[in-house]
Write a protein that binds this ligand. Structure first.
Ligand SMILES: Cc1ncc(COP(=O)(O)O)c(C=O)c1O
Length: 454
């Protein structure tokens, strides 16, 4: 089989797209059955941290892992989740105290929002049910996590199902309505958090959710240094829990175990997924701070929740192997160093291509936003499908990057890509990626000129 077939038994994600068949993958490379080789510049949706093809993980699973492959974690605990929790807590910010394992990012966020709710209810504050999140954000596909997500294009069809979530502006300085005339960030978007709380009634708010650094909805938007300290103060003032979604940015991607470390605050919960299993097993986690953990621990309370696969033994065993590799090879911090090279090369490319409006992100997560006019920051007309064309042009050159979700510019338009390769990527491989981006931008600039002349 060389390509996906519409008549196949798979209910495909998108019947408009024919997909090549991945046959093997090693390091940052994916090989397909038609003999092509692709550089995985998006780390397969930001999942792959330790690189593809680390077969030693499955060797270890065959040797020791099958001692307990699955037990129901309402009936038993098992060594793998216990050990993995200790490992994760050893790199988590001080003050985080316990870990609830799940199978992925949406489950992690769903678990966190329910834990926040039950915490308030049991403490005698049952009115606290509303959540606050930000526009241009993504927290998952379940109804509750999509309700949190400020990704308008994905919400549209499900709008009647959305839960009461208040959305505020993200710290998107490049397109911020608050600070564009003030020569820099004025932190007005954080003031908006407090205003939203006051308008809704502080006693009705359960939690504030934020991607520490924004992912695919506005690739790489990074708040100014004081942003989360102010968020933390506001949340504390009104008894609201602060939940940092690090499904994409956590577990080493930014060059820190957790991206929030750079902002000097401790959230009430950190959710993670993706790199914690690095694609070797479906795994996600909610890391809970000591205040909430102790409330349940000391009160001998039961969290009324739990998936059949919460704390799946084989997934946790694999998570432990991933953790050990990350520690042994310094992969929790390597993205900071190698990421400097990536960002440096992107900034150089920005000098050459006026189409590049903004380069942002941290470590091995780089977001690049494109504009038709750098001075006015006017986006390319959406009809041109700039992001789609760019991703295809790079793919033709053997490089996969993530196409940013349309509508970064407050739902209207806006083109951007995410570059989020495995943490093992080498400088020469970054050069291949940058060359493909460079050539593709030359091609697209030509197409735009041709269109303007027509
Ligand atoms: C920031 C963020 N949160 C949550 C999710 C949802 O995770 P999953 O797809 O594993 O359910 C994602 C997935 O891309 C994400 O990037």
């Amino acid at each position: 089989m060389l390509m996906s077939k519409p008549e196949s038994g798979i209910f495909y994600r998108d019947y408009a797209t024919r997909l090549p068949v991945a046959e093997s993958a090693h390091g940052v490379w994916i090989e397909t059955s038609d003999g092509r080789k692709y550089l995985d510049g998006m780390g397969s949706a930001g999942v792959i941290g330790i690189g593809h093809g680390r077969t030693e993980i499955y060797d270890a699973l065959a040797r020791e892992g099958q001692k307990v492959s699955y037990v129901y974690t309402a009936s038993f605990t098992h060594p793998w989740q216990e050990k993995l929790a200790d490992a994760v807590l050893s790199v988590a910010p001080k003050g985080m105290d316990a870990v609830y394992f799940v199978s992925g990012g949406s489950e992690a966020n769903e678990t966190a929002l329910k834990l926040a709710r039950q915490y308030h209810v049991e403490r005698g504050e049952p009115k606290r049910h509303k959540m606050i999140a930000r526009w241009q954000s993504y927290h998952g596909v379940t109804i509750a996590t999509l309700s949190l997500s400020g990704r308008t294009s994905w919400r549209a069809a499900y709008d009647p199902y959305m839960l009461p979530v208040v959305h505020i502006a993200p710290p998107y300085e490049y397109r911020c309505a608050y600070c564009k005339d003030h020569g820099g960030c004025t932190y007005s978007c954080v003031d908006e958090l407090e205003r939203a709380i006051l308008l809704e009634g502080p006693e009705t708010i359960s939690c504030f959710f934020a991607e520490t650094i924004i992912g695919t909805t506005a690739s790489g938007v990074t708040p100014p240094p004081d942003y989360y300290r102010r968020v933390r103060e506001i949340c504390d003032r009104y008894g609201i829990l602060f939940i940092a979604d690090e499904v994409l940015m956590g577990y080493g991607r930014t060059g820190r175990a957790f991206a929030i470390e750079d902002f000097g605050v401790v959230p009430d919960m950190i959710t993670c997924g993706k790199a914690i299993g690095s694609g070797y097993a479906p795994l996600g986690a909610v890391i809970v701070n000591e205040r909430i953990t102790n409330f349940f621990r000391e009160g001998q309370r039961r969290f009324v929740h739990g998936f059949t696969y919460s704390g799946h033994a084989a997934s946790c065993f694999i998570g432990l192997q991933v953790f050990n590799i990350m520690q042994r090879e310094g992969l929790f911090t390597r993205p900071a160093r190698i990421g400097e090279y990536l960002h440096g090369r992107l900034r150089d490319l920005q000098q050459k291509h006026p189409l590049i409006g903004d380069v942002r992100g941290r470590g091995l997560y780089a977001g690049v936003e494109f504009v038709a006019d750098r001075a006015t920051r006017a986006p390319v007309a959406p009809g041109f499908n700039f992001t789609g064309r760019l991703v295809s042009a790079m793919r033709e050159r053997g490089v996969i990057v993530g196409g940013g979700v349309p509508g970064a510019n407050f739902g209207k338009d806006g083109d951007h890509i995410q570059i989020s390769p495995p943490f093992t990527i080498e400088e020469e491989e970054i050069d291949i990626l940058i060359d493909a981006l460079d050539e593709s931008l030359v091609q697209l600039a030509g197409q735009l000129d041709a269109q303007a002349a027509a």
